[in-house]
Ligand binder design. Structure first.
Ligand SMILES: Nc1ncnc2c1ncn2[C@@H]1O[C@H](COP(=O)(O)OP(=O)(O)OP(=O)(O)O)[C@@H](O)[C@H]1O
Length: 201
């Protein structure tokens, strides 16, 4: 379970979260909200990529800032930039080395990425960059998968691949999105972020 406990997160004088608490036991969660309400910030906190000024973010009871827990988390977000100077193949191998997993993954074929193995990450199209980012998020099979606007830039075929990835994923999936997703079924928790707090819908 992902849990935010009494979080404070300020960017200089700007307060994004203050005494913010939220427990998310559901396996599928879609977070929506207007631009700038803090969806990406929430995912970055959940990934342990930024630390709150107060409070704690935990996954299954342990701080997401611990390196052991970080290995159980995968994130795909534009703000989490992939190194542009590496080739696609080199990046996948680097990521596999970091997480001690295989550099092979069915999603690489499903997204037809092999043809770009020699291409530098910086030279990928928007959609192919998004696909690579999704692959790096899932290839170590994290228990918690965080997807920020995962549909951005994807063509129709790739959207089908993404939708089945989300539906079939064995771990918890938390999505920040403006669009309705395949995950939008009855057993999905919807959380609407508002500037003054959180509304559950
Ligand atoms: N590193 C930073 N320094 C200062 N302000 C920041 C930083 N990162 C985000 N912000 C501000 O924090 C607020 C929340 O940003 P965030 O990206 O989390 O929102 P969002 O809900 O994901 O927005 P969008 O829907 O546009 O992607 C915004 O006002 C943004 O300008």
């Amino acid at each position: 379970m992902l849990e935010f406990d009494q979080i404070a997160l300020h960017y200089d004088a700007r307060v994004i979260f203050e005494q913010f608490s939220l427990a998310i036991p559901q396996p599928r969660v879609v977070i929506s909200g207007a631009n700038g309400t803090g969806k990406t910030t929430l995912l970055m906190l959940a990934a342990g990529l930024i630390a709150p000024q107060a409070g704690q973010v935990t996954f299954n009871g342990e701080s997401v800032l611990s390196s052991q827990v970080k290995k159980q988390i995968g994130i795909s977000a534009t703000k989490v930039a992939l190194p542009g100077f590496l080739s696609v193949k080199a990046l996948l191998e680097f990521h596999a080395g970091q997480f001690g997993c295989s550099a092979e993954h069915a999603l690489i074929d499903d997204f037809k990425l092999k043809q770009y193995f020699a291409t530098k990450v910086a030279d990928l199209s928007l959609g192919n960059y998004k696909k690579l980012s999704l692959v790096t998020a899932v290839m170590h099979q994290p228990q918690l998968l965080l997807l920020d606007e995962p549909t951005n830039g994807l063509d129709e075929q790739s959207l089908l691949v993404l939708n089945s990835l989300i539906s079939d994923y064995p771990g918890q999936v938390v999505i920040a999105s403006h669009q309705s997703m395949a995950a939008d079924s009855a057993d999905v928790r919807h959380i609407a972020l508002k500037r003054e707090g959180v509304t559950h819908t």
